[in-house]
Design a protein around this ligand. Structure first.
Ligand code: HSE
Length: 299
């Protein structure tokens, strides 16, 4: 039996659409057992009943990619997942499944593929690198396509003194739906706005100039269009800033919102909870830290 632990991830971080992402210390654990024949999938924990138990399962689909690349033919497989990452909430559950499948299958092949190749396969499966790269390597990452298949990335330092308040609403949002509301073309002014904010995000975090984060999280490429899918999003942002957030953004394609908060801002969660308890939807609040380690074999 082989076992991996994979982190949740939050993509975009405001302006870094399809390129910035961060791994969080919320994890799924996946076991792979080699059995004589067939495919058996068991899911446990968070949203277990929403996860496929046949060959369309994302963990298995990622495994198949590795087997195709290496011409490895497995006998039967049993896959067992234990999940804490919510499904369809913008916290990278599909990237976590993909990362788990890539890593586990690669173990079976005797680690024939290197990390760069796993990132390439994962990006192809996911369609963009912003979740899969931090899911595989951990930390906060900036990733980009070098050409049609190769993905480049840099792992950035994320300040020790910042943590993230993860606000998960009670409704799911599919990435496909949240991408459909985006315009095909953007104005030059919006493009310039996002270039300046994404660059500022990297500069502010790496230089520890956290007073700029409030501006660095601003975005004109996706959040303004997705706001209509998240009732009350702007009010939550405003409340979070009132309570001292350094920055607030939509996590990935949503529906989760994340506030960057100083670790010593003791009253932050209580203030947000007091507000969110009186809104029309139910919110689950949880502090997360950056997971500096990505998907890793634990057995
Ligand atoms: N960058 C992606 C998006 C992340 O915002 O659509 C979701 O998978």
């Amino acid at each position: 039996m082989f076992k991996v632990r994979v982190p949740a991830t939050s993509a975009n971080m405001g302006p870094g659409f399809d390129c910035m992402g961060i791994a969080l210390d919320i994890y799924n654990t996946v076991e792979m057992h080699v059995v004589p024949e067939g495919l058996v999938i068991e899911n446990h924990g968070r949203d277990a009943d929403l996860i496929a138990k046949d060959s369309t399962n994302m963990i298995y689909r990622a495994m198949e990619r590795v087997f195709q690349q290496t011409s490895f033919v497995p006998p039967g497989l049993k896959i067992v997942s234990y999940n804490d990452i919510p499904v369809a909430r913008g916290l990278g559950s599909s990237a976590a499944s993909t990362a788990a499948g890539l890593l586990l299958a690669n173990v079976l092949t005797g680690e024939e593929l290197d990390m760069e190749k796993l990132i390439e396969l994962g990006t192809d499966l996911e369609g963009h690198p912003d979740n899969i790269v931090p899911a595989l390597i951990g930390g906060m990452t900036l990733s980009y396509s070098q050409d049609t298949s190769t993905v480049g990335y840099i792992k950035l330092d994320f300040p020790e003194k910042l943590r993230m308040l993860v606000m998960v609403p009670d409704f799911p949002l599919s990435t496909a739906e949240a991408r459909m509301v985006l315009p095909r073309k953007v104005e030059l002014g919006s493009a310039v706005f996002n270039v300046s904010r994404a660059a500022l995000m990297v500069a502010a975090l790496t230089a520890g100039k956290l007073e700029h984060l409030k501006y660095a999280v601003q975005d004109r490429l996706h959040q303004p269009y997705r706001e209509k899918l998240i009732p009350g999003m702007q009010e939550v942002f405003n409340k979070a800033y009132d309570a001292g957030a350094r920055g607030v953004f939509l996590s990935g394609a949503g529906s989760t919102l994340i506030a960057l908060v100083d670790a010593d801002n003791a009253g932050f969660l209580a203030k947000l909870k007091g507000f969110l308890d009186n809104t029309s939807c139910k919110w689950e609040l949880k502090y997360a830290n950056v997971s500096r380690q990505g998907a890793a074999r634990i057995q």
